[in-house]
Design a protein around this ligand. Sequence first.
Ligand code: SF4
Length: 314
Amino acid sequence: MEETGGNRIPAIGIPRALLYYRYGTLWEHFFRALDVPVILSPLSSRGILDIGARLAPDEGCISLKMFIGHVEALIGKCERIFIPRYSNYGYTDLFCTRYEGIYDQARNIFHTSGQRFITCNIDVMNGSPEPKAFEQLGVELGFSERESRQAWKEAAGALEQEQRANDRLQKELAGKPGMKVLLAGHSYVLSDPYLGKPIRDYLEAAGAVILRTDALDPITSRKASARFSPTCRWLVSEEVVGGVMLWKEKVDGIILVSAFPCGPDSMTNELLIRRIKGVPVLPLILDIQSGMAGIETRIESFLDIIRFQKGEMV
Ligand code: SF4
């Protein structure tokens, strides 16, 4: 087990999966501002997914299975594993219920390992907004309310800066010449080195400029989503839908990337496929068995359709 080497608290482990790809900057800054060392699980791989698939409930989505594989990779390597529960930012901004259940699920799956876990509850509907949840987390780790609040402010500022930089980069990319393809999906699918990276690599090798819904300013995306479908209440899905609405006229094609079986995506993707006109849309569902070969063929044909529509192919 990794010790602190003079720090007040032993190392906290963070699984590099699921909401890490959305909030990792915030979490890491929070702990580092308190001088708490952080260990990340290794980058995703087939091996990590296989372990997760063996341990997680069969009905779980690939993202959940990958997450459980990452938790397993941290067992015995840190004093506590941090798994926050993200429930909601209010009545109209809900998170997928899997994010809410993963802390208890992981504790249950690894209950014989002796591993300790730590969480914080983001649940605005029950009086626990993010600043309060992180303040409580800091206090639980032995810091004062003031120290914890300060750490939260620094961490929230770092995340905001990152989001602004990502949004700026998307706008710069949109101005580049060449075929533009929008990848629409959850960050933990698009950014995952095993799940999303082969898709990005393939598109890049084919000369496409890649835009991403998860890199846009989330508030702007959610407003755009509300204009399209005011009843969608899953926060991350709202951002995917909003991102598509914002970019659909500026790109040559849209790829909807999902992890099988995803409840929120199955609804919003269906909606997008039916309602988006004038731009080719390719739904790609990644499952445990999917190898890149089948996916490459589908992306290749999709890019040919785009080239044909742009008059680059006859
Ligand atoms: S949103 Fe979909 S992919 Fe993400 S955790 Fe929930 S079910 Fe899985």
